[in-house]
Design a protein around this ligand. Structure first.
Ligand SMILES: CC(C)(COP(=O)(O)OP(=O)(O)OC[C@H]1O[C@@H](n2cnc3c(N)ncnc32)[C@H](O)[C@@H]1OP(=O)(O)O)[C@@H](O)C(=O)NCCC(=O)NCCS
Length: 199
């Protein structure tokens, strides 16, 4: 698939979303190795340096249908999360995580809105598919807040829990997303997000 060399990075008020590098292994292992985070995801658990190196090597460069971003704190360069977006003819899927030690500070909201702005404004997608495990009230709340609607459910295997889990499937349409931006607080976050391109 064609490499997308154009998108340099995405900036929010406090975060930089950029391509992964092998220097990020320790931060990724710290984030995804945390059980409280991993129990909500389908990532390997325990999450080893080899898992991280494998993931990062596979995602070093974004392509036109497969994006993966490390989420770096502007203030000190620490990678505190990640997100990806995989575009296919069936669905536009992917996930989001924030290191448990940095949750509850609004970073997830900035990241979730940045991902949607990138998908709708830059990639011109019409919708995004997502989901959350039935007990993941934080993600449920977050998704409802930016306009995701429930479209069904499925079963996924969660390695951290070592069991199958019910997943609530969700979808965010362009229209629903832009409706939520009538909230001044969310619009302020949205307006500060910049998608920066290489010349
Ligand atoms: C979901 C996640 C990305 C949110 O990131 P975050 O940085 O904590 O997000 P924010 O600080 O912006 O917002 C958290 C929101 O959840 C709310 N919240 C926290 N705990 C909650 C709970 N138990 N039930 C419902 N809402 C909750 C907060 O009140 C806040 O909402 P508000 O901004 O409207 O007040 C992060 O918790 C995470 O990575 N979790 C583990 C992995 C995961 O679940 N990924 C998504 C898989 S679908």
């Amino acid at each position: 698939m064609k490499k997308n060399l154009e998108i340099k990075r995405i900036e929010t008020e406090r975060l930089i979303l950029r391509e992964w590098t092998l220097d990020d292994v320790n931060d990724q292992v710290e984030g995804l190795g945390n059980f409280e985070t991993a129990k909500n995801l389908i990532t390997p658990f325990p999450y080893s340096a080899d898992n991280s190196i494998g993931y990062i090597k596979h995602h070093l460069k974004n392509t036109t249908n497969n994006y993966a971003f490390a989420v770096e704190l502007k203030e000190n360069g620490k990678v505190i999360g990640g997100t990806n977006l995989f575009i296919s003819s069936d669905e536009n899927s992917g996930g989001i995580w924030i290191n448990e030690n940095y949750t509850g500070k609004g970073f997830g909201t900035e990241l979730w809105i940045a991902r949607a702005k990138f998908a709708f404004e830059e990639l011109k997608l019409n919708d995004l598919q997502n989901g959350y495990f039935e007990f993941n009230n934080r993600s449920k709340h977050m998704q409802e807040k930016i306009g995701y609607k429930i479209i069904g459910n499925s079963i996924k295997f969660c390695p951290a829990l070592n069991q199958e889990v019910k997943e609530i499937l969700t979808r965010l349409t362009r229209t629903d997303f832009y409706s939520t931006l009538q909230s001044t607080k969310l619009k302020e976050i949205y307006d500060k997000i910049k998608i920066l391109k290489s010349r």
